[in-house]
Write a new protein. Structure first.
Length: 215
């Protein structure tokens, strides 16, 4: 039903009715008509359209209610359609030869939870999480000599996403794979399956995007 509802453009009067019901519901048709200085007969077609569209609900002997569930579904649909390209943040990238010590410093300086390691061609080679660095710090004493290439998650085991994918796709990938962020990539060499890192999407990014859409 949502798809059909979204194609209905409300008139100015219908928008006014919807706001009245939202602010004052439950409210009777008579009370709505009085607020708009209309007769109930003049108001009846608009109420019928709003009810059939699912914007409001009518209950006998009670009045009209604003459909909160439909509004939540509408907002959720807006969120689902948002593209990763519009919300991706700048990726924090290090060379695969970077030491674990320097990677830890970089992690705290940039205040991020994940670093992306690239090879000599600038292609994505690995992902280094906060957990990877913490595990190394606990078990190793020579962090200055240990390269991140030893501890990182390597291709082809990296879970990533493309800018044309949606925030819903990103959220689903993170939940399924139990990770906190995704590198946003574009193909560098399709045959060799190489990628450039052009951004990052995190759980925090998705939460902020959702709040922005709702507000």
């Amino acid at each position: 039903m949502l798809k059909g509802v979204d194609t209905i453009k409300l008139t100015k009067r219908q928008e006014e009715i919807l706001q009245i019901v939202k602010d004052n519901g439950p409210i009777t048709g008579k009370q709505i008509a009085e607020r708009l200085f209309l007769t109930r007969a003049a108001l009846r077609p608009d109420l019928a359209i709003l009810t059939m569209a699912g914007n409001i609900e009518a209950r006998p002997r009670v009045g009209y209610f604003y459909n909160e569930e439909r509004e939540m579904m509408r907002q959720a649909e807006k969120f689902i359609k948002q593209k990763v390209a519009n919300y991706k943040a700048h990726p924090i990238v290090v060379d695969i030869s970077t030491s674990v010590y320097d990677a830890i410093v970089q992690l705290f300086l940039e205040d991020v939870g994940t670093l992306y390691a690239v090879d000599e061609n600038g292609y994505l080679a690995g992902v280094i999480s906060r957990k990877d660095l913490l595990r190394s710090a606990i078990s190793n004493k020579s962090l200055e000599k240990l390269p991140v290439s030893v501890i990182m998650t390597r291709m082809p085991n990296i879970v990533m996403i493309k800018p044309e994918n949606t925030l819903y796709d990103a959220a689903k990938l993170m939940i399924i794979n139990h990770i906190d962020s995704l590198p946003v990539v574009k193909e560098a060499d399709q045959d060799a399956k190489s990628f450039f890192v052009i951004g990052r999407i995190t759980k925090t990014t998705i939460t902020k995007a959702y709040l922005e859409i709702i507000e």
